[in-house]
Design a protein around this ligand. Structure first.
Ligand SMILES: Nc1ncnc2c1ncn2[C@@H]1O[C@H](COP(=O)(O)OP(=O)(O)O)[C@@H](O)[C@H]1O
Ligand SMILES: [Mg+2]
Length: 329
């Protein structure tokens, strides 16, 4: 029996404008926390739910003796604070599930993550950070291009207009991203092929979960996982993906390479898309993949590998405790 501190965040009050930019994900951590609590209780573990606030460290102390912290908190004020929460957890002398601060902070800034993947030789498309809509385009960047916020998730800021075919479209979309999300825009080479997502589970000997193909139904009129597609849970998920053994091996290897490059722990999910030559390229790594059953890829991939939700959360906790024992004090 484990005594588990379940750190999560309650949805904050949002303005109508906030809701338009982020229609659903702001309340997801609280939904996920309920599923995780139930999954642990079914197996006889003790769960103390700790909603994150500025008193987080005090509240963890007040929760009494804990064997492990299960963290599904994406921040207090904004999802960009995911790494800040992990930074606090690293100060507490209790194992916690998930990657440490360095991996989280690198993954959250997609340009930094892309630079790390490039340096490590993970296949990736060309990319450039735009701090202003007037920045000159680098010579290795050729249309069509793809524009997204440098530091968001849940497809925030991703629409059919993210795909840009010429300079006027590029400038306009970069301007939209910088203005709406108050952060630089990341511009990448457009990857036109099939899309996949891959879960990794474990720390010492990470397991690659069955690859999922992510298919956007025709009714959306795009092959991009836009904010609308994501909010409506509109994708068709094929897991295990119907692909050749060779492509499966290439995709799995990219996912594992990305995981190891950032030195992730316990779990992550890697998004991958095929380029014009049908070669897989990494899109991003999610160091805190959402675990909402029925809605998210990660629990579906774990299920395809034989893990029920209870198996999954128990495995994550065991892995976190094992990894913790190997850490320097
Ligand atoms: N370089 C790219 N080329 C083509 N499509 C892309 C590219 N980058 C992202 N996408 C599309 O946009 C979606 C969201 O992008 P992603 O970087 O994964 O953001 P998020 O963190 O919001 O999931 C992807 O699932 C994919 O459909
Ligand atoms: Mg993604």
């Amino acid at each position: 029996m484990y005594r588990i501190g379940l750190v999560y965040n309650e949805p904050k009050e949002l303005t109508a404008a906030d809701k338009e930019l982020d229609p659903r994900s702001y309340r997801q951590p609280a939904i996920i926390a309920d599923y995780i609590e139930e999954a642990f209780i079914t197996r006889g573990h003790q769960v103390k739910k700790i909603p994150a606030s500025l008193d987080l460290l005090q509240d963890i102390k007040a929760a009494g003796d804990l064997d492990v912290i299960f963290n599904c908190c994406t921040g207090i004020n904004s999802k960009r604070e995911q790494a800040n929460i992990v930074a606090l957890l690293e100060l507490v002398d209790i194992p916690f599930v998930g990657s440490g601060l360095t991996a989280q902070a690198t993954a959250l800034n997609k340009a930094n993550a892309n630079a790390a993947f490039t340096a490590a030789g993970v296949p990736i498309t060309a990319f450039q950070t735009f701090f202003s809509a007037e920045d000159p385009l680098n010579s290795d960047m050729t249309y069509p291009l793809f524009v997204k916020p440098i530091q968001e998730g849940s497809a925030l800021g991703i629409t059919a207009d993210s795909l840009v075919e010429n300079e006027a479209e590029l400038r306009s979309q970069v301007d939209y991203v910088i203005d709406s999300f108050k952060q630089p825009a990341l511009v990448e080479g457009y990857l036109p092929g099939r899309e996949f997502s891959v879960g990794i589970l474990g720390t010492k000997e990470p397991e690659v979960l069955p690859v999922t193909e992510v298919i956007i139904p025709d009714k959306y009129g795009t092959d991009i996982q836009t904010v609308t597609v994501k909010a409506e849970n509109g994708v068709k998920r094929v897991c295990p993906a119907e692909i050749s053994p060779q492509l499966n091996a290439e995709i799995s290897s990219i996912a594992l390479q990305a995981y190891n490059t950032l030195q992730c722990s316990e779990l992550a999910r890697v998004d991958i898309k095929l380029d014009a030559d049908e070669k897989p390229n990494i899109i991003e790594i999610n160091t805190m993949p959402a675990l909402e059953p029925g809605f998210e890829h990660y629990p579906a991939m774990a299920a395809a590998a034989g893990y029920s939700m209870s198996d999954l959360v128990e495995t994550l906790v065991k892995e976190a405790i094992e990894a913790w024992k190997l850490k320097a004090v």
